[in-house]
Design a protein around this ligand. Structure first.
Ligand code: ATP
Ligand code: MN
Length: 482
């Protein structure tokens, strides 16, 4: 007898008729002492198990409750039920684990609609819900697509450190890693904590980006990417920020900014197309959910398109490319700016763009993904290549509907003298980054890269509204329960 996953069995459909099979799963519902809806997490759809209750002792029947786990041996038969080709007529049933209805009553396992907030409070049980399981399977498909894309395009996957000794980027946003007894910190003459006595002999942090290390690898391997956890202690309690998230960072030697943007667009479309091709059931389910949710929204917040249309729209349109300077002109003249509707009004060139501005450009003005480039050097990181105007850098941000920034990247400053000047301006210690500067000393080359937050991509593809609902165990301010 063959053990099938429910997805496998259902996709075999009528070809499996008369076959004797073994199915494992959790009970979603048990009707009329006769029909069990069983799900094993392999896909959105349940398989119907039919039992003739005369053939089973009451003890077994009593244990078939919502959430309990079973092993079923049976024969595949044609189903008379709507929406399913086949069902399994049970011969024997083994109960792995019984779930008491009173306990289930208290949890999100109870088969009814629960809020996403409630689901978050039971993160350890969320995987059993249709919505979260669908999101996790889409996330899985996207992660796979990311590796596949880079692998087939000649990129080398490298792992950059999670514990870093450099705090050049993201000062103040980093989590310190220490081995000290926090109740008894060693002090130096100045009265500061003496990190020379710490585990690594210096102050270390959790990484905010693998880019600088990634650049060193690209300077030998050509095209690399990293894909790993990233940590930011930014206290921004938004629906798009996590304290721990997964970032994909390709870095390419010999790429200029145009090539970098081309790659970003091609890469995003590939991943979205992959999900569309491989997650049909889950995306259809999430699409329905999205449509339901839109109905509850006030008119001005309603999306013009449903989820599947939104995905298709991104796939079939070229992203608009626009300089920061052009974007500022559009924003200055925009209705919300004129009418004082922006929380941060756009007054002059040099302003940092907020999510409200990014979303205006994408959702209202262009109605398509937008890539902004050539930002003021003052609002961007030190390693971005300075333009000849001496005031903008070769930065680029990819902005998506409903999300805002999904990718941030740049062509890197490959000229040692310009890079050093910039570091001096920003008080970044050259001695701290001697290994980074070395890449500009031994055969420097033009190069580029970007960072994509995996969760922001999953948000977009699943149509979920809050980033906490697209990662298994979200880390946010005041929240690390599981
Ligand atoms: P934002 O302005 O949205 O905070 P950022 O400019 O800080 O983003 P980068 O430092 O350029 O972002 O990081 C690259 C990408 O990583 C972003 O485009 C985004 O997709 C993702 N990202 C950044 N911060 C977070 C976060 N706290 N949680 C989840 N994803 C993030
Ligand atoms: Mn940020």
């Amino acid at each position: 007898m063959k053990v099938y996953s429910i997805k496998e069995l259902l996709s075999k459909g009528k070809d499996a008729l008369q076959e004797e099979v073994i199915i494992n799963g959790w009970v979603r519902s048990f009707r009329s002492n006769q029909f069990i809806a069983l799900n094993d997490g392999s896909g959105q759809n349940n398989v119907q198990i039919v039992i003739d209750y005369n053939n089973f002792d009451t003890d077994t029947l009593k244990q078939i409750t919502t959430a309990s786990s079973l092993r079923v041996e049976g024969i595949v038969a044609e189903s008379k039920g709507a929406g399913q080709d086949i069902e399994v007529i049970a011969k024997t049933i083994k109960i792995y684990g019984y779930a008491h209805p009173d306990d289930v009553q208290e949890t999100i396992l109870q088969p009814k609609k629960h809020s996403l907030e409630k689901l978050r409070e039971q993160a350890h049980l969320r995987f059993r819900t249709n919505t979260f399981a669908a999101v996790m399977r889409v996330r899985n498909a996207l992660s796979f697509a990311i590796h596949q894309y880079f692998n087939t395009n000649g990129f080398c996957y490298i792992n950059t450190p999670i514990i870093t000794g450099s705090d050049a980027e993201g000062a103040g946003e980093m989590f310190t890693v220490t081995n000290f007894n926090l109740d008894n910190l060693p002090k130096n003459e100045k009265g500061h904590t003496d990190f020379t006595q710490d585990f690594f002999g210096k102050k270390t942090n959790l990484t905010v980006s693998g880019q600088l290390e990634g650049e060193t690898a690209a300077m030998g391997l050509g095209k690399i990417y990293t894909f790993g956890p990233t940590f930011r202690a930014e206290n921004s309690n938004t629906s798009r920020h996590l304290a721990e998230f997964w970032m994909v960072e390709p870095e390419m030697a010999f790429y200029d900014l145009e090539q970098n943007i081309d790659l970003a667009e091609d890469f995003l479309k590939y991943c979205i197309q992959y999900a569309v091709d491989h997650c049909k059931d889950d995306l259809e389910f999430l699409n329905k959910r999205f449509e339901e949710e839109q109905k509850q929204k006030p008119k001005e917040e309603k999306s013009e398109h449903n989820l599947l249309e939104k995905l298709d729209f991104v796939l079939s349109n070229k992203f608009v490319r626009l300089s920061y300077t052009e974007a500022i002109e559009i924003l200055k003249k925009s209705k919300p700016n004129q009418k004082g509707k922006f929380k941060y009004p756009i007054e002059e060139w040099g302003a940092d763009l907020q999510s409200e501005h990014e979303r205006y450009l994408v959702e209202k003005h262009f109605k398509t993904p937008v890539v902004l480039f050539d930002y003021p050097s003052k609002i961007k990181a030190f390693y971005m290549r300075l333009n000849d105007d001496n005031k903008t850098v070769r930065a680029m941000d990819v902005l998506f509907p409903g999300i805002g920034e999904i990718i941030g990247g740049s062509q890197r400053e490959e000229r040692m003298d310009v890079l050093k000047m910039k570091m001096e301006e920003l008080n970044i210690d050259e001695k701290e980054l001697w290994w980074y500067l070395d890449t500009r000393k031994f055969g420097t080359v033009p190069h580029s890269g970007f960072g994509l937050g995996l969760e922001r991509l999953v948000l977009f593809v699943t149509g979920m509204g809050n980033i906490r609902d697209v990662i298994a165990f979200p880390r946010t301010p005041n929240s690390a329960e599981f």
